[in-house]
Design a protein around this ligand. Structure first.
Ligand code: AKG
Length: 342
């Protein structure tokens, strides 16, 4: 379980760590965002004892590397990656490609248990590792979201986390594996030089909140408002928290989803990221909270269900700005109706 430190949220302000407001880094000792600037300490406790996220992380990492090391034909048995399971290079079904392979898992234990049979020779070990990790990062996501609710002074501070805590939540876990790219001539040994090939294309996450972690191989980049790409230094001891499109809509644009991408891996060591996407149930309605709307700041987004948003997202390319299709503009209803009726 993740519990907040007892220090009051608005008295402990620390300067953000160089990232824009839509991405925060957090460890057991530092930093999660409560509003656009303030950071707050989080202690990890389980049954009153310090919780060691490293053990939970290490088990998933071991399972992931073990799976990705298997022969391609064996991995394919856990496919296709859409909507869930093993995928290689294809991202979604609209032609987006990347220099990676991945495992996409629905976050509920029943679905994980089913997938485990195709993924591992020891399905119980695999599903236990995944379930424990999901529980842990879900707790972290909910904690962050409660702090967001507190920081925004909304009447029910658990309004955001409630979507993810719901048993019907559509949250998912993704393990991305970026094998070292072979040198062009396949002869020289691989060297650690920067690579400009795209591993996972530019996009923002559609869900509410993303809890991102990777091993110590770099690749993740975020886009600043002026379009400049900034590398996020890898740190296997930290989680990165990213705002998703649904949180942008719920907060009426007070929090802005972060555009990010991953470069292909050019170093000899494989890169693996583990990404938890905290999402609402499919039938949950998403619209700016009343507290976020005023005559000066009218609602920017038309109400939609998470199922509608997902369906619309599936019809677009990875890099498209999906949330724009739900903006209230003169022709907003036309856009929305076109997308969700397909
Ligand atoms: O693996 C990474 O570093 C980024 C991938 C990503 O953004 C995603 O899976 O949505």
């Amino acid at each position: 379980m993740v519990v907040p430190s007892p220090s009051p949220v608005r008295t402990k302000k620390t300067k953000a760590v160089g990232f824009p407001p839509s991405i925060f880094r957090t460890t057991t000792v530092k930093a999660v965002g409560t509003d656009r600037r303030s950071l707050r300490r989080i202690r990890f406790l389980q049954g009153g004892e310090p919780w060691h996220p490293k053990k939970v992380i290490a088990r998933v990492e071991e399972e992931g590397f073990h799976f990705f090391a298997k022969p391609a034909a064996e991995k394919q048995r856990a496919g296709p990656g859409f909507p869930f399971g093993y995928g290689s290079k294809n991202i979604g079904r609209n032609g987006d490609m990347g220099e990676l392979e991945y495992l996409l898992l629905q976050s509920n234990p029943l679905s994980i248990s089913e997938t485990s049979n195709a993924v591992s020779h020891d399905p119980t070990k695999f599903s236990c590792a995944i379930n424990d990790y999901i529980e842990a990062v879900k707790g972290l996501a909910c904690e962050v979201l409660d702090l967001v609710g507190e920081g925004l002074w909304v009447s029910d501070k658990s309004v955001f986390s409630g979507f993810i805590r719901d048993v019907q939540s559509d949250s998912i876990l993704r393990l991305n594996h970026y094998p070292p790219l072979a040198d062009e001539d396949h002869s020289s040994p691989k060297v650690a030089h920067p690579c400009n090939k795209i591993g996972f294309g530019e996009h923002s996450d559609p869900q509410i909140l993303t809890i991102f972690r990777s091993n110590d191989v770099g690749g993740l980049q975020i886009s600043l408002h002026d379009g400049l790409w900034v590398p996020v230094p890898p740190d296997s001891n930290e989680f990165f928290v990213m705002v998703g499109d649904a949180l942008q809509a719920l907060t009426n644009g007070r929090f802005v989803s972060v555009r990010h991408r991953a470069l292909a891996n050019s170093v000899a060591k494989p890169r693996m990221s583990m990404i938890y996407f905290g999402a609402p149930p499919l039938n949950a309605w998403i619209s700016p909270l009343p507290e976020m709307v005023s005559p000066k700041k009218p609602s920017l987004y038309k109400p939609f269900t998470w199922g509608q948003y997902k369906k619309a997202a599936y019809t677009t390319r990875l890099g498209d700005s999906r949330i724009d299709n739900f903006k209230i503009t003169n022709n907003a209803s036309t856009c929305l109706d076109n997308l969700v009726d397909q």
